[in-house]
Design a protein around this ligand. Sequence first.
Ligand code: 17E
Ligand code: FE2
Length: 411
Amino acid sequence: MLYRNLYIENAAELRDIRVENGKFAEIGANLAAKPGEDVRDFGGCLALPPLIESHVHLDTCLTAGDPVWNESGTLFEGIECWAKRKEKLTKADVRERVNRAVRLYAASGVQYIRTHVDVTDPKLTAMEALLELRDELKDVVTLQIVAFPQEGIESYPNGRRLMEDAVRMGADCVGAIPHFEFTREYSVSSLNFAVSLAEKYDKLVDVHCDEIDDEASRGLETLAARAYETGLADRVTASHTTAMHSYNNAYVQRLMRLLKLSRINFVSNPLVNTHLQGRVDTYPKRRGVTRVRELTEAGINVSFGHDDIFDPWYPMGTGSLRDVVFMGLHVCQMMGYGDIMNSCKFISTNAAKTLHLGDSYGIREGNPASFIVLDAKNYYDALNRSAAVRLSCKNGRALAETEPAAARVRF
Ligand code: 17E
Ligand code: FE2
């Protein structure tokens, strides 16, 4: 198969891509079609590596309002709403919702998803369902599963045991939620436990870290110190880190040194944290999104996640990472030309580092033929016009296609 006339990753020149046996066989200018070869001419569209959702909760998706709506819009009311929904969780229910969400993501060009799965459930129902789906859906989406203790490790009955059970069952990453633990001491010991568990079972770490507007919430320094001391380094990710928005600058200056030394990754969730944070403020109201620009400028890896699709924490969402980037650039004031052009990295190459996808990710000869085509000439244009994902191709197989909508203006 020959795909013609693509701008690969914002390149200025057009290229053609030949796919054979599920791999990128050849990439070059004006490739001649082989006899009998199928040809598809995109006439000057953007090709990117597949999009990556680096942070979502698939077990909770598509449950907003069931059984109650989160009226205050706070994280903590969301956790209460979810605790009620959790009581009636079944494997069939989780499987049905996750199947729908994965198809929403597929339509918007997402082929990799890191999902947090709540393990503060004595039956581990959602974890069982997600582990089944990771295997069943592996040809259409790569699922990475985080054992996520929504109601705490030290503050939930048998929290440590549930975490270890989930990891033994096959979770890929270890989570934690230090800002939700009863005490600061629990917060520190939960992080120590999570890092030790990851070391014991050779897993990655991804912590819901300081998702609160309390400037005294300082799980991040403990997590980064453990990542540095254990050598887990870039196998560790700090998600949310919204308290960092409220830290004083003198503290951040000191913290930055440790963050760089530790080599940990960050995931920011700008749609959801602009919605959840700042809720106890009058005016001015904090935005509650971590310091994406400063982290990026310090050479620290940051990606963006959707976090939720229509659930107790976020009443909207269609699985479009474009919306996430759009919000992120606004709220982080990263709207310079280069910022906008390069912002696709937050949902592609930067996220690939966080997920440890390795060298097989990317549009290069010899790699699996996984890529997307957007109806735009570069990412600036794609983001601004919310360009259709004309093709999402994984290992040479077309997973999803969208026809660009055409408006008829009558004057
Ligand atoms: N749980 C949590 O602790 N924080 C979030 N942002 C979501 C679930 C979505
Ligand atoms: Fe989250």
